[in-house]
Ligand binder design. Structure first.
Ligand code: HPA
Length: 264
Protein backbone atom coordinates (compact mmCIF):
# COMPACT_ATOMS: atom_id res chain seq x y z
CA UNK A 1 0.00 0.00 0.00
CA UNK A 2 1.26 3.50 -0.76
CA UNK A 3 1.79 5.99 2.05
CA UNK A 4 -0.92 8.13 0.48
CA UNK A 5 -3.36 5.18 0.49
CA UNK A 6 -2.78 4.68 4.22
CA UNK A 7 -3.46 8.38 4.88
CA UNK A 8 -6.62 8.25 2.76
CA UNK A 9 -7.89 5.20 4.63
CA UNK A 10 -7.26 6.94 7.93
CA UNK A 11 -9.26 9.97 6.73
CA UNK A 12 -12.03 8.29 4.74
CA UNK A 13 -12.32 4.72 6.05
CA UNK A 14 -11.10 1.30 4.94
CA UNK A 15 -13.90 0.23 2.59
CA UNK A 16 -12.50 -0.44 -0.88
CA UNK A 17 -13.03 2.16 -3.58
CA UNK A 18 -15.16 0.94 -6.51
CA UNK A 19 -14.37 3.68 -9.05
CA UNK A 20 -11.81 6.41 -9.64
CA UNK A 21 -12.77 9.54 -11.54
CA UNK A 22 -10.35 12.22 -12.78
CA UNK A 23 -12.03 15.53 -13.56
CA UNK A 24 -10.83 17.86 -16.31
CA UNK A 25 -11.08 21.63 -16.72
CA UNK A 26 -14.39 23.08 -15.56
CA UNK A 27 -15.82 19.70 -14.54
CA UNK A 28 -15.34 20.09 -10.81
CA UNK A 29 -18.95 20.29 -9.62
CA UNK A 30 -19.38 16.54 -9.25
CA UNK A 31 -16.50 16.40 -6.76
CA UNK A 32 -18.34 18.76 -4.41
CA UNK A 33 -21.23 16.30 -4.10
CA UNK A 34 -19.18 13.30 -2.90
CA UNK A 35 -20.28 12.29 0.57
CA UNK A 36 -16.85 12.15 2.23
CA UNK A 37 -13.70 14.11 2.99
CA UNK A 38 -11.83 16.25 0.46
CA UNK A 39 -8.13 15.61 1.04
CA UNK A 40 -5.71 18.23 -0.35
CA UNK A 41 -3.17 16.74 -2.78
CA UNK A 42 -0.54 18.64 -0.75
CA UNK A 43 -1.20 16.22 2.15
CA UNK A 44 -0.76 13.10 -0.01
CA UNK A 45 2.84 11.98 -0.69
CA UNK A 46 3.53 11.60 -4.42
CA UNK A 47 0.42 13.49 -5.52
CA UNK A 48 1.06 16.32 -7.99
CA UNK A 49 1.37 20.00 -7.16
CA UNK A 50 -1.12 21.59 -9.52
CA UNK A 51 -0.59 25.01 -11.00
CA UNK A 52 -3.32 25.22 -13.65
CA UNK A 53 -6.13 27.66 -12.97
CA UNK A 54 -9.62 26.20 -12.99
CA UNK A 55 -8.54 22.98 -11.27
CA UNK A 56 -9.26 21.73 -7.74
CA UNK A 57 -6.32 19.79 -6.24
CA UNK A 58 -8.28 17.64 -3.78
CA UNK A 59 -9.07 13.94 -3.64
CA UNK A 60 -12.71 13.41 -2.66
CA UNK A 61 -13.22 9.94 -1.19
CA UNK A 62 -16.69 8.79 -0.22
CA UNK A 63 -19.99 7.74 -1.71
CA UNK A 64 -21.80 9.04 -4.75
CA UNK A 65 -25.12 7.38 -5.58
CA UNK A 66 -24.20 4.63 -3.13
CA UNK A 67 -20.93 3.83 -4.91
CA UNK A 68 -17.63 4.31 -3.14
CA UNK A 69 -15.58 6.64 -5.32
CA UNK A 70 -12.28 8.50 -5.32
CA UNK A 71 -12.71 11.69 -7.32
CA UNK A 72 -9.53 13.47 -8.37
CA UNK A 73 -10.38 17.17 -8.69
CA UNK A 74 -7.27 17.88 -10.76
CA UNK A 75 -4.49 16.24 -12.74
CA UNK A 76 -0.93 17.26 -13.52
CA UNK A 77 -0.46 17.76 -17.24
CA UNK A 78 2.75 16.92 -19.07
CA UNK A 79 3.11 20.59 -20.03
CA UNK A 80 3.47 21.67 -16.39
CA UNK A 81 6.78 19.98 -15.59
CA UNK A 82 7.57 17.78 -18.58
CA UNK A 83 6.80 14.59 -16.64
CA UNK A 84 4.51 12.16 -18.49
CA UNK A 85 4.39 9.95 -15.36
CA UNK A 86 3.23 12.75 -13.05
CA UNK A 87 -0.01 10.92 -12.26
CA UNK A 88 1.60 7.54 -11.58
CA UNK A 89 1.70 7.79 -7.76
CA UNK A 90 -1.92 9.01 -7.70
CA UNK A 91 -3.07 6.11 -9.89
CA UNK A 92 -0.99 3.61 -7.88
CA UNK A 93 -2.81 4.94 -4.83
CA UNK A 94 -6.17 4.41 -6.54
CA UNK A 95 -5.14 0.83 -7.28
CA UNK A 96 -4.04 0.36 -3.66
CA UNK A 97 -7.47 1.58 -2.51
CA UNK A 98 -8.97 -1.36 -4.42
CA UNK A 99 -10.57 0.38 -7.41
CA UNK A 100 -10.96 -1.83 -10.50
CA UNK A 101 -12.28 0.96 -12.77
CA UNK A 102 -11.25 4.49 -13.71
CA UNK A 103 -13.13 7.15 -15.69
CA UNK A 104 -11.18 10.10 -17.09
CA UNK A 105 -12.64 13.38 -18.29
CA UNK A 106 -11.02 16.23 -20.17
CA UNK A 107 -11.66 19.32 -22.25
CA UNK A 108 -10.77 18.98 -25.92
CA UNK A 109 -10.95 20.65 -29.30
CA UNK A 110 -13.02 18.93 -32.00
CA UNK A 111 -11.71 17.96 -35.43
CA UNK A 112 -15.16 16.84 -36.62
CA UNK A 113 -17.87 19.09 -38.02
CA UNK A 114 -20.57 16.93 -36.40
CA UNK A 115 -19.05 17.26 -32.90
CA UNK A 116 -19.48 20.88 -31.74
CA UNK A 117 -18.56 22.98 -28.69
CA UNK A 118 -20.76 21.86 -25.81
CA UNK A 119 -20.93 18.28 -27.15
CA UNK A 120 -19.32 15.21 -25.57
CA UNK A 121 -17.14 12.55 -27.16
CA UNK A 122 -16.40 9.10 -25.74
CA UNK A 123 -12.85 8.01 -26.54
CA UNK A 124 -12.82 4.68 -28.40
CA UNK A 125 -9.08 4.98 -29.05
CA UNK A 126 -6.25 7.50 -29.00
CA UNK A 127 -3.16 8.60 -30.87
CA UNK A 128 -0.14 9.27 -28.66
CA UNK A 129 1.08 11.94 -31.04
CA UNK A 130 3.74 13.18 -28.59
CA UNK A 131 5.47 9.83 -28.60
CA UNK A 132 6.07 10.39 -24.88
CA UNK A 133 5.38 7.53 -22.53
CA UNK A 134 4.94 7.43 -18.74
CA UNK A 135 6.46 3.92 -18.61
CA UNK A 136 9.89 4.88 -19.95
CA UNK A 137 12.34 3.86 -17.24
CA UNK A 138 10.00 1.22 -15.79
CA UNK A 139 12.40 -1.72 -15.35
CA UNK A 140 9.98 -4.67 -15.37
CA UNK A 141 8.47 -6.57 -18.28
CA UNK A 142 5.11 -5.17 -17.16
CA UNK A 143 6.06 -2.07 -19.17
CA UNK A 144 5.11 -3.84 -22.41
CA UNK A 145 1.45 -2.98 -22.02
CA UNK A 146 -0.93 -4.05 -24.80
CA UNK A 147 -2.99 -1.06 -25.93
CA UNK A 148 -5.58 -2.87 -28.06
CA UNK A 149 -8.94 -2.16 -26.41
CA UNK A 150 -7.15 0.09 -23.91
CA UNK A 151 -10.40 2.06 -23.73
CA UNK A 152 -12.52 -0.60 -22.03
CA UNK A 153 -15.32 -1.89 -24.31
CA UNK A 154 -17.28 -2.84 -21.18
CA UNK A 155 -17.05 0.61 -19.54
CA UNK A 156 -17.75 2.32 -22.86
CA UNK A 157 -20.90 0.26 -23.33
CA UNK A 158 -22.05 1.19 -19.83
CA UNK A 159 -21.35 4.90 -20.46
CA UNK A 160 -23.20 4.77 -23.79
CA UNK A 161 -26.17 3.08 -22.14
CA UNK A 162 -26.20 5.83 -19.49
CA UNK A 163 -25.99 8.55 -22.17
CA UNK A 164 -28.80 6.95 -24.14
CA UNK A 165 -31.00 6.69 -21.06
CA UNK A 166 -30.39 10.41 -20.41
CA UNK A 167 -31.08 11.28 -24.06
CA UNK A 168 -27.61 12.75 -24.53
CA UNK A 169 -25.66 12.05 -27.76
CA UNK A 170 -22.28 10.44 -27.01
CA UNK A 171 -20.40 9.88 -30.30
CA UNK A 172 -17.17 7.87 -30.08
CA UNK A 173 -13.91 9.08 -31.53
CA UNK A 174 -10.13 9.02 -31.46
CA UNK A 175 -8.38 11.52 -29.19
CA UNK A 176 -4.97 12.89 -30.13
CA UNK A 177 -2.58 13.90 -27.36
CA UNK A 178 -0.66 17.07 -28.09
CA UNK A 179 1.71 18.20 -25.34
CA UNK A 180 0.65 21.84 -25.06
CA UNK A 181 0.75 24.26 -23.40
CA UNK A 182 0.59 26.16 -26.69
CA UNK A 183 -2.43 25.22 -28.77
CA UNK A 184 -2.01 23.52 -32.16
CA UNK A 185 -1.54 25.29 -35.48
CA UNK A 186 -4.14 24.90 -38.24
CA UNK A 187 -1.60 22.84 -40.20
CA UNK A 188 -1.13 20.51 -37.24
CA UNK A 189 -4.89 20.09 -36.98
CA UNK A 190 -5.12 19.24 -40.71
CA UNK A 191 -2.41 16.64 -40.10
CA UNK A 192 -4.23 15.13 -37.11
CA UNK A 193 -7.42 14.89 -39.18
CA UNK A 194 -5.49 13.08 -41.92
CA UNK A 195 -4.13 10.68 -39.30
CA UNK A 196 -7.64 9.76 -38.17
CA UNK A 197 -8.05 11.99 -35.13
CA UNK A 198 -11.47 13.25 -34.00
CA UNK A 199 -10.46 15.46 -31.06
CA UNK A 200 -7.28 16.98 -29.64
CA UNK A 201 -6.23 17.70 -26.08
CA UNK A 202 -3.33 17.98 -23.67
CA UNK A 203 -4.03 15.16 -21.20
CA UNK A 204 -5.56 11.71 -20.63
CA UNK A 205 -3.32 9.54 -22.84
CA UNK A 206 -0.54 9.10 -20.24
CA UNK A 207 -3.21 8.26 -17.65
CA UNK A 208 -4.76 5.62 -19.94
CA UNK A 209 -1.32 4.03 -20.38
CA UNK A 210 -0.65 4.10 -16.62
CA UNK A 211 -4.12 2.71 -15.88
CA UNK A 212 -3.59 -0.25 -18.22
CA UNK A 213 -0.11 -0.81 -16.74
CA UNK A 214 -1.73 -1.01 -13.30
CA UNK A 215 -4.50 -3.32 -14.52
CA UNK A 216 -7.28 -0.75 -14.14
CA UNK A 217 -10.18 -0.74 -16.64
CA UNK A 218 -10.35 2.74 -18.08
CA UNK A 219 -12.64 4.89 -20.23
CA UNK A 220 -12.54 8.61 -21.02
CA UNK A 221 -14.99 11.30 -22.11
CA UNK A 222 -14.06 14.66 -23.66
CA UNK A 223 -16.16 17.77 -23.30
CA UNK A 224 -15.67 19.70 -26.51
CA UNK A 225 -14.93 23.34 -25.72
CA UNK A 226 -13.99 24.55 -29.20
CA UNK A 227 -13.42 23.59 -32.80
CA UNK A 228 -9.68 22.90 -33.16
CA UNK A 229 -7.37 25.52 -34.68
CA UNK A 230 -8.35 26.66 -38.15
CA UNK A 231 -11.74 24.92 -38.12
CA UNK A 232 -13.76 27.95 -37.03
CA UNK A 233 -13.41 31.73 -36.76
CA UNK A 234 -13.44 31.53 -32.97
CA UNK A 235 -10.23 32.46 -31.16
CA UNK A 236 -8.84 29.59 -29.05
CA UNK A 237 -7.65 30.33 -25.50
CA UNK A 238 -7.49 28.81 -22.03
CA UNK A 239 -10.04 31.39 -20.85
CA UNK A 240 -12.37 30.23 -23.62
CA UNK A 241 -11.82 26.57 -22.65
CA UNK A 242 -12.70 27.35 -19.03
CA UNK A 243 -15.73 29.38 -20.07
CA UNK A 244 -17.05 26.66 -22.42
CA UNK A 245 -16.38 23.58 -20.27
CA UNK A 246 -19.52 24.00 -18.11
CA UNK A 247 -21.70 23.62 -21.24
CA UNK A 248 -20.71 20.00 -21.67
CA UNK A 249 -20.07 19.46 -17.96
CA UNK A 250 -23.76 19.47 -17.04
CA UNK A 251 -24.44 16.71 -19.60
CA UNK A 252 -21.36 14.78 -18.53
CA UNK A 253 -22.46 14.92 -14.93
CA UNK A 254 -25.88 13.47 -15.82
CA UNK A 255 -24.23 10.61 -17.72
CA UNK A 256 -21.83 9.86 -14.87
CA UNK A 257 -24.60 9.92 -12.26
CA UNK A 258 -26.70 7.52 -14.35
CA UNK A 259 -23.65 5.30 -14.90
CA UNK A 260 -22.98 5.21 -11.15
CA UNK A 261 -26.59 4.31 -10.40
CA UNK A 262 -26.25 1.20 -12.57
CA UNK A 263 -22.74 0.23 -11.42
CA UNK A 264 -22.36 -2.94 -9.37
N1 HPA B 1 -6.38 21.81 -28.27
C1 HPA B 1 -5.76 21.23 -27.22
N2 HPA B 1 -6.30 21.12 -26.02
C2 HPA B 1 -7.53 21.62 -25.86
C3 HPA B 1 -8.24 22.25 -26.88
C4 HPA B 1 -7.63 22.35 -28.17
O1 HPA B 1 -8.19 22.89 -29.14
N3 HPA B 1 -9.44 22.64 -26.37
C5 HPA B 1 -9.45 22.25 -25.07
N4 HPA B 1 -8.31 21.64 -24.74
Amino acid sequence: MTEAAALIRAAAGDAPVRLGLILGSGLGHLAQTVNGPAIPYADLPGFPHIGVSGHNPHLHVGTLHGIRVAVFGAREHYYENGNPAAMRPALETLKALGAPDLILTNAAGSLRPDIRPGDLMLLCDHINYNGLNPLIGEPTDARFVPMTDAHSPHLRAALQAAAQAEGIPLPQGTYCWYSGPSFETPAEIRMLKTLGGDAVGMSTVPEVILARFLGLNVAAISTITNMAAGLSDEAISHAHTKAMAPLGAAKLERILRHFLTNLR
